[in-house]
Ligand binder design. Structure first.
Ligand code: ADP
Ligand code: MG
Length: 232
């Protein structure tokens, strides 16, 4: 079964064609990176999958079901963290679970600690740095119940040490949970390091230009014991 099918998706803004007959699919539990230069339509693709904007043509199928224009079918981490300023950090990350009547507070506290945010559970977003807010948004997307996680440049605001730590954590979670992950980045090394498959959007108009299947098994990430010291 395909987790996600992107079928003949097109989107233009006025005169500007951003996506033109885009087609690809993602298998259950697959980790796919979407690469492409700025303006090639990576974020637009996520806005479309998330039902935040309407495609000019084409369909999205999740587990075979047509979900085009439906909100809430994927777990989505936007490119800028967009936290709710009036909710505490803990209340921000548990919101999606709350909406479906689940209590994820214990898990959330554990995950915030793993993200280096222990002690920040009860403060508000304006009290955090950009990199911390990005990790809150990351934790929030990981706590959402959907089977597909779409991450839009999730580690762009992080220093190198923290980024490597978050990449390692994401790999561990992905191997445990077997959710499909779509990972937008403009960092080629990061894409190759993390993914089963890399899809490259061309600049204009953005059809899938090239699709790389990583021909070797994923390299083992280094042991991060040393880094623990940096982070604590
Ligand atoms: P990427 O994430 O790959 O950098 P985007 O998807 O953000 O690219 O943007 C792709 C193109 O679509 C850009 O040229 C951008 O200016 C345009 N665009 C995106 N959203 C809108 C919008 N809501 N209105 C008009 N143009 C938009
Ligand atoms: Mg973008």
């Amino acid at each position: 079964m395909k987790a996600l099918e992107v079928q003949h998706i097109s989107k233009s803004f006025g005169e500007a064609f951003v996506l033109n007959d885009l087609n690809f699919s993602v298998k259950e539990g697959e980790f796919v990176s979407i690469l492409g230069p700025s303006g090639s339509g990576k974020s637009t693709l996520f806005h479309l999958i998330g039902g935040l904007i309407t495609p000019d043509g084409g369909n999205f199928l999740i587990n075979g079901e047509n979900v085009t224009n439906q909100k809430g079918k994927i777990s989505y981490m936007p490119q800028s963290p967009s936290l709710f300023p009036w909710r505490t950090i803990l209340k921000n990350v548990t919101l999606a679970a709350e909406i479906v009547g689940e209590n994820k507070e214990t898990e959330a506290i554990h995950m915030l600690e793993r993200a280096g945010l222990k002690g920040y559970e009860h403060v508000y977003p304006h009290q955090l740095s950009g990199g911390m807010k990005q990790r809150v948004a990351f934790v929030r997307s990981l706590l959402s119940p959907q089977s597909i996680i779409c991450l839009d440049e999730p580690f762009s605001a992080l220093d190198e040490f923290t980024r490597l730590d978050m990449q390692t954590w994401l790999m561990d979670l992905w191997q445990e949970q077997q959710k499909a992950i779509l990972f937008v980045t403009h960092n080629i090394d990061e894409a190759i390091f993390l993914s089963d498959r890399v899809i490259v959007l061309s600049s204009k108009p953005a059809t899938v230009k090239k699709e790389f299947v990583i021909p070797f098994s994923r390299p083992r990430l280094p042991n991060l014991l040393l880094e623990e010291k940096f982070l604590s």
